[in-house]
Design a protein around this ligand. Sequence first.
Ligand code: ADP
Ligand code: MG
Length: 244
Amino acid sequence: MSRPEIEVRALHKSFGANEVLRGIDLEIGRGEVVCVIGPSGSGKSTLLRCVNLLEEPTKGQVFVGGAELTDPDVDIDAARRRIGMVFQQFNLFPHLTVTENLTLPQRRVLRRDKAAAAKVAAENLARVGLSEKAAAYPSSLSGGQQQRVAIARALAMGPEVMLFDEPTSALDPELVGDVLAVMRMLADEGMTMMVVTHEMTFAREVADRVVFMDGGAIVEDGTPEQVIGNPRHDRTRHFLSRLL
Ligand code: ADP
Ligand code: MG
């Protein structure tokens, strides 16, 4: 088997005396979609943030695309460019148009010229179905549209992997579907994805694997049928029963 696209080895993270991740081992292959589920406070966001080094692990290793992000000599900016991240809050710049939100990071980080950045922005707005909003300001968009812009902004950087942290949790229920549809399209296109979500239908239908975390550890890791359909652990069963 070729090297996994994302590899987490014996990862520990503490905030002061609070040990939030207690030895996480996880491998995600190229093109694989892994949904991470688990109760609030179980360490899901911290794990995702350690994968792109928004948090510095206390111990352990993280590899993305074969490069060790936890190597002190790594070019962290270069390594991070391989990783797109989408948060629960969309974090768009309110004073910039949709297109400008997409071109700014390309120009600053990738040093693309204006025309090249605009072209990539237009391509990615089309991918998320928002070409007609190119000149709009974020405040004029629905939450679902803003989140699709945030996804397009991440895609415009040409990431090899995409991390999603509860991308639909802040949305009104009727807006969730359009965002999940964009994520499903990315999965179908072969994007490597790690998705923290409570959307069990999405996890069942789109994920190759589901990882259940509790108390800073991975309790179960398997296919959706195994983990959601036929959980082996009481803690998983208990968590799932409260969602349904
Ligand atoms: P989840 O995403 O599963 O809800 P988190 O990873 O956000 O869990 O949080 C796990 C634990 O880590 C919580 O107890 C939280 O209070 C703690 N934590 C997360 N981020 C920080 C931080 N920056 N400083 C201190 N504690 C934190
Ligand atoms: Mg979280």
